[in-house]
Design a protein around this ligand. Structure first.
Ligand code: UDX
Length: 436
């Protein structure tokens, strides 16, 4: 099939390359000339496992092309819209200007029978607002939310847990759902659940899923706060409640909380949208989810400060991690970097290292000391804090080896990812999050 993908950021670039890898003819379109030039050379503009390979193959085979010219969308049967919906500068609501610009730019090149498939995360009701403009061209607007996780984006796109397509009522909707089944043929052939809904439900599925995940993380972090005043261990608690299959162990990782380009902004945008709909109280708990999440960053900073008896002034603190999570170079709303910046603000000499996100972090916060080599970063530290659970720190760093490099054997485990007893046995003062 011939597909266009409007917006070649995280979502769009991965989607375009993944669709080409399953046999479609894909044109990726973006207004950013530099991004298009990079992608056209077959270079991944960000770190994402597997992306480089499918980009290279797609470009080499000629099935995947990138352009800044929206006119090249014409002739495609399905147009995916995957532009960003960032948080507005002056509030919590989502900024829909990129979505509107993408749709308006696409309209002149649509033909009757085309399908426009929105993938961006949008406030519920957005698709209904956009529908008249799209339908005036004879095309059909559907909403096909994306659930990809950074670090697993290629796999999540080609082989997702489920596919959700929101369609308009009547024949055009039925036809469009059938076309989307063809687009996602490998997943459909594997009997991946393919859920057809109305437009509003599809939009809500995405924000509800992210709100649930954020709530799950903040729930366990709230338990960590209780554990901290009672001497209980939140990781054992998570293991124990996680065995209940109705609860499940995943996303019960207590620590410095969630960040990234999705969960924080999506729960805020959801709250803002619910307020607009007169149902703010229905999701009032999301404010609490956000507040708990941010408190955990304070807690991590306090643990370091307390380890020095109340002040980190002129102490060498090595921060392991900058990305908002492992397998990513993304630092958007990264709790890791936030903790590092706060320690710096308290007068510590902060050295930060990360296997993938160092350049992005340095561009954003040039005041910190960046060291690419992990061992070099550890040398002479008075305390160490692990804030992104990369394997390089979690599995491949032994407490004995680290102990030979540092000046002070103090470790704060901001992700509860280390074996506390092994670190203590090696002479370290170990502090976890919600663990005695
Ligand atoms: C998320 C959703 O998972 C994905 O479905 C959606 O499409 C986009 O948003 P992503 O932002 O890539 O994906 O990251 P995710 O793996 O969900 O992690 C989010 C944050 O939560 C990270 O900062 C991570 O460190 C944190 N987290 C995750 C925890 O603090 N504890 C956990 O148990 C799990």
């Amino acid at each position: 099939m011939r597909l266009s993908v409007i917006g070649c950021g995280y979502l769009g670039a991965v989607h375009a390359a993944a669709m080409a890898s399953i046999g479609h003819e894909v044109i990726g379109i973006d207004v950013d000339e530099r991004k298009i030039a990079t992608l056209s050379r077959g270079e991944a503009p960000f770190f994402e496992p597997g992306l480089q390979e499918i980009l290279t193959d797609g470009i080499a085979s000629g099935h995947l092309r990138f352009t800044t010219d929206m006119a090249e969308a014409s002739g495609a049967e399905v147009h995916f819209v995957g532009v960003g919906t960032p948080q507005q500068k002056d509030g919590y609501a989502a900024d829909l200007s990129y979505v509107n610009a993408a749709i308006d730019g696409l309209l002149p090149f649509l033909s009757p029978g085309d399908i426009v498939a929105g993938k961006s995360t949008v406030p519920v009701g957005t698709a209904a607002d956009l529908t008249p403009r799209v339908e005036a061209t004879g095309a059909t607007l559907v909403w096909n939310p994306e659930f990809l996780r950074e670090g697993w984006a290629v796999q999540d796109t080609i082989d997702p847990d489920r596919l959700v397509v929101g369609v308009p009522a009547g024949e055009p909707g039925v036809t469009a759902a059938g076309v989307l089944r063809e687009v996602y043929h490998p997943a459909v052939a594997k009997n991946t659940p393919f859920i057809v809904t109305d437009l509003a439900t599809a939009e809500l599925v995405k924000v509800a899923a992210n709100a649930f995940l954020a709530t799950k993380i903040s729930f366990i972090n709230a338990m960590a706060e209780i554990a901290e005043v009672t001497g209980a261990d939140v990781t054992q608690l998570a293991d124990a409640i996680g065995h209940d299959s109705r609860i499940g162990r995943r996303f019960l990782g207590a620590g410095i909380g969630f960040g990234g380009g999705c969960l924080p902004k999506d729960i805020r945008a959801f709250s803002a949208r619910a307020e607009e709909l007169g149902r703010g109280e229905s999701v009032a708990f999301l404010r609490e989810v956000d507040a708990i999440n941010l408190r955990r960053r304070d807690r991590a900073v306090d643990l370091v400060v307390d380890a020095f008896g109340g002040s980190v002034f002129k102490k060498n603190v090595t921060v392991l991690g900058a990305a908002f999570k492992p397998h990513s170079d993304d630092i958007r709303d990264s709790p890791a970097l936030d903790v590092a910046v706060r320690l710096h603000g308290l007068g510590a000499w902060v050295t930060i290292t990360d296997p993938a996100a160092l350049e992005n972090a340095e561009r954003m916060h040039p005041q910190l000391n960046y060291v690419a080599d992990r061992d070099e970063a550890l040398r002479g530290a008075d305390a160490v804090i692990i804030v992104t659970e990369w394997d390089e720190y979690r599995r491949q760093l032994s407490p004995q080896h680290a102990g030979e490099l540092v000046t002070g054997k103090v470790i704060v485990d901001g992700r509860n990812c280390l074996d506390a007893s092994a670190w203590r046995a090696a002479g370290w003062e170990y502090y976890g999050m919600g663990r005695p």
